[in-house]
Design a protein around this ligand. Sequence first.
Ligand SMILES: Cc1cc2nc3c(=O)[nH]c(=O)nc-3n(C[C@H](O)[C@H](O)[C@H](O)COP(=O)(O)O)c2cc1C
Length: 222
Amino acid sequence: MKIVAINGSPKGENSNTNVMVDAFLKGAREEGAETVNIFLSEKRIEHCKGCHTCWLRGPGQCVISDDMLEVLSLAGGANVIIFATPIYFENISGMLKVFMDRMTMIGGPQSQKDKSEKVQDSKSPTAQSPKLMIIASCGHPDREEFQVVSHWMRRVALKMGMDLIGEIYAVQGKLLTAPTEELKSALSDYLRLLEAAGKEIAADLKLSDTTENLLRQTHFSS
Ligand SMILES: Cc1cc2nc3c(=O)[nH]c(=O)nc-3n(C[C@H](O)[C@H](O)[C@H](O)COP(=O)(O)O)c2cc1C
């Protein structure tokens, strides 16, 4: 089991979102998974030019020479891809979106079709695709801040032919890196919960109802 997180926070390793990812991946490793945590802030990823040369030349054949192929190679063979992001203006960060646009280079024209009508069987390439997850934090205390991203991720999963197997959202993200004295023990509990979530995904590729409900109810999450 290989689980790869791609973090689109400009704050990289020191980001609020990485506190969540870090705990999740720790749990996954305890269950025997290989984990990779990629910080886009440490990579040079340019904007897609929209030339579609990659569709003519073949997967990975992009006209831009930057760190994109390195990131795709680090993510190669993943069973689970986690997009990790802060909420910026009700959406994912620009850094993560720029990366996702460039993923066009591995899809080809078929990747842009809506697959909602497609019948999927266990032998189809779609069934072998990595599973998708999102982990995000926002600044405000309201769960509504994740509405757009949650809807949009479902559309992205359909388009990419991937199953969205988990969405983990934390409100008041700053408390993850700078908890008040009273919230320190609640944060420890929340991190343990994230570790449990990582274990479950590594073991079964799904979150239990109990863990999912607890993640929603905890003070540190939506
Ligand atoms: C440019 C910008 C836009 C933001 N927009 C929102 C927003 O729309 N809603 C919200 O709740 N928080 C917003 N925030 C706050 C961040 O989502 C929050 O601080 C998050 O935990 C940062 O995560 P990070 O440390 O992983 O980057 C914004 C922050 C920045 C810098």
